[in-house]
Write a protein that binds this ligand. Structure first.
Ligand code: GLA
Length: 504
């Protein structure tokens, strides 16, 4: 009996008290050395109870709870769930004030991370700097139609470098993407190196000479875009523009940059969400003062009703959602997030449901056509996100369909709306210049569905020509209606021309 009591007592003691000399509770700075020459920082706040560890991983874009945390002797392990099917796994050894971990990220693979225990008074973010008073910045006069181009993130993530961007530039020309209107080549996160002693941002090893790269891209009749964050760190933990906004805007202008995507990320550690307008105004103002035409892309995931103030900070486009994924559910939900946002789009100022996934492999050809259809009806920026060097003929045809692109780029600049929903079928319409209308018939369900629809039911009379923009042919039914089957997750995109309009 005594033995049992002693055992229970010891078990409780070992569970409630950290084992002597091995208390890992506290804050840790985690460092990862990347091949591009950076040391990327995240933070770990942990609490140990016996062999159980709980706590939070502080990454640039958020605080993530750790689960399955264990400490056995010197062996430590824990999991950080990002999404239901996506998690980081950490395993390694702790020795006093240091730990050596292997982080497994399903997207990237395994890499070593070293941890150093932080002192009580050490902070995880720099001190707050003042923000400007709110005012209305002038329109920069750019992006009269939604910007078109390409961005490195969706396909390449951190595997983007100078030579790949040059190859993409060549492929944009050779594939007909440039001719179709895709002119901005945008380098996303992970190009950054350190700042020099004067505070000037330097690119990392992957981008030996940003100005020379811009010259090359310009020589191909394309424009170069870049990426930064108003926070100290980008979402990938690279150097952000915090405290260097004006300096970075000037550096970008000197390099010959034509487009900036400015991603909130770690700014949440410094500012309140309610201060976003002032934060974005700071960079908007700096960009205008460079006197170089630089398209300003706001990326803060649609927080704080950005559509109400995006243009006042000189923004040309603003993200309306979190990140798109290469699947139909994500594509549909990003489109539907813009149901109420049509009034806020106009020439120079666009709602951005995020970059295209067309050609990235996890959706069907039909679904990718639906993706481009929805984006065109939404007057969304068309920023391709695939490997242009190796795309199939089908992907190329989807992306470069000039009749669909003409809908996206319509000079009226009016965003379309959903006007009818019948079961899984949704009808979206967009008014076009020259008394025409784009009508998208979308099957949100996975079963093929037949549909018969008179244009009159949509309030559209006097139709002279109705043209199927994916089939490149006029409809036969005397232009008065559509009748046919729409495959699961597929669509039909029709341009109807009224009698008295002109297609010019
Ligand atoms: C955020 C953005 C993405 C991409 C990554 C890069 O998640 O929303 O589009 O820029 O950051 O780290």
């Amino acid at each position: 009996m005594h033995r049992i009591a002693a055992f229970v007592f010891l078990a409780i003691l070992s569970w409630t008290l950290p084992s002597f000399g091995k208390d890992v509770s506290g804050r840790w700075r985690l460092l990862r050395h990347t091949d591009d020459g950076n040391t990327l920082e995240t933070f770990l706040e942990i609490k140990q109870q016996g062999s159980h560890i709980s706590g939070t991983l502080l990454v640039a874009w958020g605080n993530l709870l750790i689960s399955d945390g264990r400490l056995q002797d010197h062996d430590i392990s824990f999991t950080v769930s990002i999404a239901p099917t996506y998690a980081f796994r950490f395993t390694g050894k702790v020795d006093g004030n240091e730990m050596q971990l292997i982080q497994y990220d399903p997207n990237v693979g395994s890499f070593p991370v070293s941890g150093i225990r932080m002192k009580e008074n050490e902070s995880t973010s720099p001190a707050r700097l003042p923000l400007p008073d709110l005012r209305e910045l002038p329109d920069n006069g750019l992006a009269r139609t939604p910007p078109m181009g390409w961005n490195s993130w969706n396909f390449f993530h951190d595997k983007i470098d100078d030579s790949t961007v040059r190859q993409i530039a060549d492929a944009m020309v050779a594939s007909g993407m440039r001719a179709a209107g895709y002119v901005y080549l945008n380098i996303d996160d992970t190009w950054q190196g350190q700042r020099d002693t004067a505070g000037l941002i330097q690119p990392n090893k992957k981008f030996p000479n940003m100005k020379a790269l811009a010259d090359y891209v310009h020589s191909k009749g394309l424009k170069l875009g870049i990426y930064s964050s108003p926070g100290p760190r980008t979402c990938g933990s690279y150097e952000g523009s915090y405290g260097h906004e004006e300096q970075d805007a000037n550096t970008f202008a000197e390099w010959g940059i034509d487009y900036l995507k400015y991603d909130w990320c770690s700014a949440f550690r410094i500012y309140q969400d309610s201060e976003m307008r002032a934060v974005y105004q700071k960079m908007g103002d700096a960009l205008i003062r460079t006197r170089r035409p630089i398209v300003y892309s706001l990326c803060q995931y649609g927080k704080e009703d950005v559509w109400r103030w995006g243009k006042l900070v000189s923004g040309n486009l603003w993200r309306t959602t979190g990140d798109i994924r290469d699947n139909a559910a994500s594509m549909f939900s990003n489109a539907e997030a813009e149901l109420e946002l049509a009034p806020w789009a106009e020439p120079g100022h666009w709602n951005d449901p995020d970059m295209l996934e067309v050609g990235n492999g996890s959706m069907s050809a039909e679904e990718y056509r639906t993706h481009l259809t929805l984006w065109s009806v939404l007057a969304a920026p068309l920023i391709a996100g695939n490997d242009i060097r190796n795309m199939t003929a089908e992907t190329r045809e989807t992306l470069t369909n000039s009749e669909v692109i003409a809908v996206d780029q319509d000079r009226l600049g009016k965003q379309g709306r959903r006007v009818l929903k019948r079961g899984d079928i949704e009808i979206w319409t967009r008014p076009l210049a020259g008394d025409a209308v784009a009508i998208a018939l979308i099957n949100m369900g996975s079963d093929d569905t037949s549909l018969s629809l008179e244009w009159k039911q949509l309030g559209i009379d006097d139709v002279a020509v109705a043209r199927d923009l994916w089939k490149h042919q006029d409809l036969p039914q005397k232009a008065s209606r559509y009748a046919g089957t729409i495959v699961g997750h597929g669509c039909v995109l029709i341009r109807v021309q009224r009698q008295h309009g002109s297609s010019s």
